[in-house]
Design a protein around this ligand. Structure first.
Ligand code: ATP
Ligand code: MG
Length: 256
């Protein structure tokens, strides 16, 4: 890995890039994953590289859904396997959800490598290797496990493709997305759209689960009932606009 000095102003972002590049080098992330990361970084810049209040609200609602679920699944792809394997394992641990590997550029070798990578971080159960069911989609993200995503009632999909997200919603599942683009098809179709960097979102969700785990089912249902996904999306767009406006004005650039 390239040596990145800790005092570099873009330290966090550069470390994240290194993790993705390393994921490509060890064969768990696809080259296309590098491009997806770039798109995410651009939106993270617009949002101010922090968890905004509306994202924290979505993260709490997501945790409530997962804690109340019968069969919650966390879908893992090549980017999240490289960036946040530890946090996915931690979230599965505290919530009781199970991990399932699901890849756009699928090969048995990559599924195996990601499974091993998650096990090396402490994962007990990793689904996705069976691939004994198909969703009605024309690409490899259609391949799922029958006792996993296929029969799940709640699915967490970080960095998901819009058409699979839509398909899962059509199957009447509660779909929780994590995607920094407030206007991607994924964000616009998910039940709960977390618009935050996956590294911050998962770390917050682990903490929120610890806070919410002992609440009654009724109070978790209250969190879900009070949640308004359209408001979260519009608050995010407003925050992005305000962030840009403040940055411009700090530099004496006129905001029209
Ligand atoms: P859609 O298919 O939903 O229209 P897309 O085609 O723009 O989305 P994909 O390539 O399918 O995007 O998936 C990548 C998505 O993940 C992008 O919207 C990108 O902003 C987001 N993303 C990339 N890196 C991160 C990250 N670290 N945290 C959160 N979101 C990210
Ligand atoms: Mg897409």
């Amino acid at each position: 890995m390239t040596d990145i000095p800790k005092d570099h102003p873009r330290y966090e972002s550069l470390i994240t890039r290194e993790k993705i590049v390393n994921g490509v080098n060890i064969g768990i992330t696809s080259k296309q994953g590098l491009v997806a990361q770039g798109r995410g970084e651009a939106f993270d810049y617009l949002i101010g590289e922090k968890t905004i209040e509306s994202a924290a609200i979505a993260e709490r609602a997501a945790v409530a859904h997962i804690l109340l679920a019968r069969n919650p699944i966390i879908s893992v792809n090549g980017n999240t396997a490289a960036l946040v394997p530890d946090l996915m394992v931690a979230l599965a641990d505290v919530t009781g959800a199970r991990l399932e590997v699901n890849l756009f550029h699928r090969s048995d070798a990559r599924v195996h490598k990601i499974t091993e990578h998650l096990r090396s971080q402490g994962a007990d159960v990793v689904l996705g290797g069976k691939g004994d069911k198909r969703l009605d989609l024309s690409h490899d993200r259609a391949i799922v496990d029958e006792d996993g995503i296929f029969s799940a009632d709640v699915v967490l999909v970080p960095l998901e493709d819009g058409d699979r997200c839509q398909k899962l919603v059509e199957m009447r599942k509660t779909v929780i997305s994590i995607d920094l683009n407030p206007l991607s098809r994924t964000t616009l179709t998910a039940t709960v759209s977390i618009i935050d960097n996956v590294t911050r979102a998962l770390s917050n969700m682990v903490q929120f689960t610890k806070d919410m785990k002992n609440k009654s089912n009724d109070s978790l249902l209250d969190v879900i009932d009070a949640y308004d996904n359209d408001k979260v999306i519009s608050d995010t767009l407003y925050s992005m606009q305000e962030n840009l406006k403040n940055k411009a004005e700090e530099r004496g650039i006129k905001w029209i």
